[in-house]
Design a protein around this ligand. Structure first.
Ligand SMILES: *Cc1c(COP(=O)(O)O)cnc(C)c1O
Length: 386
């Protein structure tokens, strides 16, 4: 009898039992007062988490559906878009924008690097016609987090709208939509929000509504106007995944119970402990320094040991899943997700398992050092964060 498969990948992520129980219940009708009550609670909880008064719509789609919704409502044929590209997910914004006829300019940096607000400011100054800037807060393909506050400020000063992918940041670290002036932010259910894949969420601010009014791109399922009209009546325009909306209410309740700041601090602790353990093993972090992601860590494998072999052995021997690199980085890095329902035990277990696997594969791991270094960091940070 194999142990339960354990997800240390950047989505889907582990789901708390209370959420599993909620989504396993018989579906309720979506045109009922019961559903409206649940939806209202979810919307209010998401607004609180995003520190915003903007509308937030619940879409039955993966995160990419929410991304497509963002573009379909704001980018028309010939509109100039600046896409900040640093990996697979940030490139996805550029591709979706092109699919809707946008004239896309890419501000591209090397994999593992951040996008600097000053570089965005220079690009925008060069081209006053840019109307929309797409940003990926946390680039999951490399494990890098950007200064979203700084970038959004620059975009606002230029008079363009910021469209932000917060899929692997929202719910794991501060995202202050109104204070930072983010016009559109999308996220999804299966990352830090602790649900299975299946819901997308999209926050829409006043300047995005102006863009929506001008934008002539074809849209139907994802038309913001339909969601706004329905939300005024505490419902959705089409049949939503009612089970997951009920699960989302429970997940948001768990976050509120732990305390939002405590959840963010926990993500910082998991990140720091994992990084300390990886470094103690003698492995190289793909991204080092403060811009390392709080939710995903990319690691360079030891020479002569393939990412495939590491992932296969971890899965076969321990039933732990980790991720490969994507596109150009496939085989060059492996990635460990630590977002959502992830605690000390999970980090220590993953490090210990990784050590056994690397040792089996012939890498000279200093025995026990990864776990003991990680424990030291966990202890130190728990006394700091209380
Ligand atoms: C997971 C993820 C998405 C959404 O992907 P889906 O497979 O469509 O849910 C979008 N952006 C980032 C940064 C992600 O990590």
């Amino acid at each position: 009898m194999p142990p339960r498969e354990f997800l240390m990948i950047p989505g889907p992520t582990p789901v708390p039992d209370a959420v599993l129980q909620a989504i396993a219940r018989h579906p309720i009708g979506h045109r009922t007062a019961d559903f409206s009550r649940v939806l209202r609670e979810v919307v209010n909880g998401l607004k609180e988490l995003g520190e915003t008064n903007n509308d937030v719509f619940v879409l039955t789609s993966s995160g990419t559906g929410a991304m497509e919704a963002a573009i379909a409502n704001t980018v028309g044929a010939g509109d100039k878009v600046l896409s900040l590209v640093q990996g697979v997910f940030s490139e996805r914004w550029a591709k979706i924008s092109e699919a809707y006829g946008g004239k896309v300019e890419r501000l591209k940096v090397e994999a593992g690097e951040t996008i600097e607000p000053a570089a965005v400011a220079r690009k925008l100054k060069d081209d006053p016609e840019i109307k929309v800037v797409t940003i990926t807060h946390n680039e999951t393909s490399t494990g890098v987090i950007n200064d979203l506050e700084g970038i959004a400020k620059v975009v606002k000063e230029h008079g363009a709208i910021s469209i932000v992918d917060g899929v692997t940041s929202f719910g794991a670290c501060p995202v202050s939509i109104d204070k930072w002036g983010v016009d559109v932010l999308v996220t999804g259910s299966q990352k830090a929000l602790m649900l299975p894949p299946g819901l997308g969420f999209i926050f829409v601010g006043p300047k995005a509504w102006e863009a929506h009014a001008r934008c002539k791109s074809p849209r139907f399922y994802f038309d913001f106007a339909k969601y706004r009209k329905s939300l005024e009546a505490d419902t959705t325009p089409f049949t939503p995944n009612v089970s997951f909306v009920a699960g989302m209410k429970v997940a948001l309740g768990l976050i509120a119970e732990e305390g939002t700041q405590a959840v963010f601090a926990r993500h910082e602790r998991m990140k720091s402990a994992l990084r300390a353990g990886i470094t103690a093993m003698g492995l190289e972090l793909f991204v080092n320094g403060p811009h390392g992601s709080p939710t995903i860590t990319a690691i360079v494998p030891p020479k002569h040991i393939s990412v495939d072999a590491i992932r296969k052995k971890l899965r076969e021997r321990h039933r732990i899943l980790i991720a490969d690199g994507q596109d150009d980085l496939k085989g060059r890095i492996f990635r460990i997700g630590h977002m959502g329902y992830v605690f000390d035990r999970d980090i220590l277990m993953t490090l210990a398992a990784l050590e056994t696997v690397l040792t089996d594969l012939g890498y000279a791991c200093p025995p026990g050092k990864a776990v003991s270094e990680a424990v030291a960091v966990l202890n130190q940070l728990s006394s700091l964060f209380g």
